[in-house]
Design a protein around this ligand. Sequence first.
Ligand code: NAD
Length: 352
Amino acid sequence: MIKNIAVIPGDGIGTEVIEQTVRVLDAIGEKFGHTFNYTYLEAGGCAIDSTGKPLPEETLEACKKSDSVLLGAVGGPKWENIPGIRPEQALLGLRGGLGLFANLRPAIMYDQLKAACPLKEEIIEGGLDIMIVRELTGGIYFGESGRSEDGQSAYDVEAYSVPEIERLLVQAAEIAMKRKKHVTVVDKANILETSRMWREVAAKVFADYPEIKVDFLYVDNASMQLVRNPRQFDVIATSNIFGDILSDEASQITGSIGMLPSASLGVGSFGMYEPVHGSAPDIAGKNIANPLATILSAAMMLRYSFNMTAEADAIEAAVGKTLDDGIRTADIAGGASPVGTKEMGDAVIARL
Ligand code: NAD
């Protein structure tokens, strides 16, 4: 198969983790007889430097023409104080411009990294595998915002339409059907009108999925349950802002943000794949960043966009084997002697 991948390394450790991930994809291509063509594009801080814009039109257009997008991370202190411009605008522009409305963030705790989990052993006994399905292009992050004329008050509007909620919940239901058939809808329906609408839409959507067990949790309770009893969750479906916060919380349970992949899906098979972590300016350029989150994001790309299940399994198995063999980057080393970003890439490729 021939696939065209738009590659956006971005800023900071983005370039380092992408370099290793492309090597892993090449190794997969060789092993399974596929050709991956890469178009390298700019977005984020580097794009501000070269074009003045966080998301140049050429980048968005080239992404639209590709089969999928692989992104490192954007942002950093260099671009924090430019009036009206932020590197992260590139992410919102890509998600909106590419019609990506569902963000999939698996929180899987690898048994080999149990020691890195801050929770007590009895709470995580038996492992952890949660999929957070977050709405990505609606809600308060995209709502009207502003300040009063006197500058003494500000507002951000949370708004959702029925179709926006519906397509997100259908996506969550389809994913749950391939997992343990359990969806928890997280909201704040005791206070927010939008949340009450989410519940009404959920009742309709899940009526078509009688095999799925559905329950509802307020977001404050959900954030508590994630550390008290995370094994109760299979798929969590929620709004943009709640999903943003809960997925970061879930990432801590798994031990390292350097291990967490993500996928953003729209209609059809097109998707954008990126690690959950940011550009980590504190460790950029030192060959110490963990590339596994991005490598696992590429595995998700093979699975969800290219329908290459055996290839995705092969990457995930190679990552598992690498961890089994005690190979760790600094963030997950826990006292053991760590390897660098490139050496971690080498180790995964060797085990493919
Ligand atoms: P961050 O995820 O970049 O870093 C948080 C902490 O985790 C840091 O101590 C970092 O060293 C560590 N870390 C992150 N990824 C790691 C990896 N792969 N291996 C080892 N350690 C890792 O979050 P932040 O510090 O809040 O943000 C830094 C910059 O990244 C900011 O400009 C922020 O806006 C941006 N950001 C971008 C994205 C994205 O591009 N999707 C997401 C979050 C933050």
